[in-house]
Design a protein around this ligand. Structure first.
Ligand code: AKG
Ligand code: FE2
Length: 245
């Protein structure tokens, strides 16, 4: 069974990719994705069940967004382009919450919860209920490192649009999700980016003769259009389509 609401342009969508149309197991995940900023524009579209979902997720979304803005300010400051360089534009930006559920898998070594990918956003902040998230160590031949389980801690990922902005000084994190046979794992990923049609460009201040511009500009809508043409399972990455070779 495949319960996909396939239109990636919808502000609320859900799906499962436990099995594909040939009944072959692909990725062992059920998900709900919805927009979250500005809250009042989207909250009425969120699920009514569980009854406290809107209230609890609403509070979390607002708080995690504040954190994302603070971190973005620290990052652009570290790049020497000032704390407000992108946060002003992000005020009007998008926030997508991805609520992921990975049921126990009878043969966890034969499947993945999510394939290797990087996120399109500037920053992604992940809260996980148990072990499973792995990040690629690019300094060590691309081996996978398990993100430790620390109750209440948040995992912050640099994503594609920050790589573009920083002209490659910050690199987006390639990550995947491993499965386990015993318990259901839940994660909430909060993806922060510019507005739907706002193009993310490389900061001109970070382009010079030694560091020529490495990336084409793109928007969140450009990413969604990419998604309609490519399945993440194919392994084709959005950031690679932006690189100027
Ligand atoms: O489940 C996780 O820990 C990560 C989820 C994720 O990578 C995503 O939703 O993009
Ligand atoms: Fe991700």
């Amino acid at each position: 069974m495949k319960l996909m609401s396939n239109d990636v342009h919808k502000p609320v969508r859900y799906g499962t990719s436990l099995k594909d149309s040939l009944d072959k197991v692909q990725f062992w995940r059920v998900f709900l994705k919805h927009y979250a900023h500005p809250l009042k524009d989207w909250v009425d579209l969120w699920p009514n069940n569980p009854t406290d979902y809107k209230e609890k997720m609403g509070k979390y979304a607002v708080e995690v967004r504040k954190l994302a803005m603070e971190i973005m300010e620290a990052i652009t400051e570290s790049l020497g382009i000032g704390p407000k360089y992108i946060s002003n534009k992000m005020e009007e930006g998008m926030q997508v919450m991805a609520v992921n559920c990975y049921p126990p898998c009878p043969q966890p070594s034969l499947a993945l919860g999510l394939p290797p990918h990087s996120d399109y956003s500037c920053l992604t902040i992940v809260l996980q209920s148990s072990l499973g998230l792995e990040i690629m160590d690019t300094k060590d031949d691309g081996s996978w490192r398990l993100v430790p389980e620390q109750k209440g801690s948040l995992q912050v990922h640099v994503s594609d649009h920050l790589e573009v902005l920083s002209n490659g000084i910050y690199r987006s994190v390639v990550h995947r999700v491993a499965l386990n046979a015993e318990k259901t794992r839940i994660s909430i990923a909060s993806l922060h980016s510019l507005g739907m049609d706002e193009k993310m460009e490389t900061a001109k201040e970070l382009v010079n003769d030694q560091h020529p511009k490495g990336y084409k500009e793109s928007s969140f809508r450009d990413f969604l259009n990419f998604l309609t043409k490519h399945d993440v399972a194919e392994g084709k990455s959005f950031i690679n389509t932006l690189k100027i070779k």
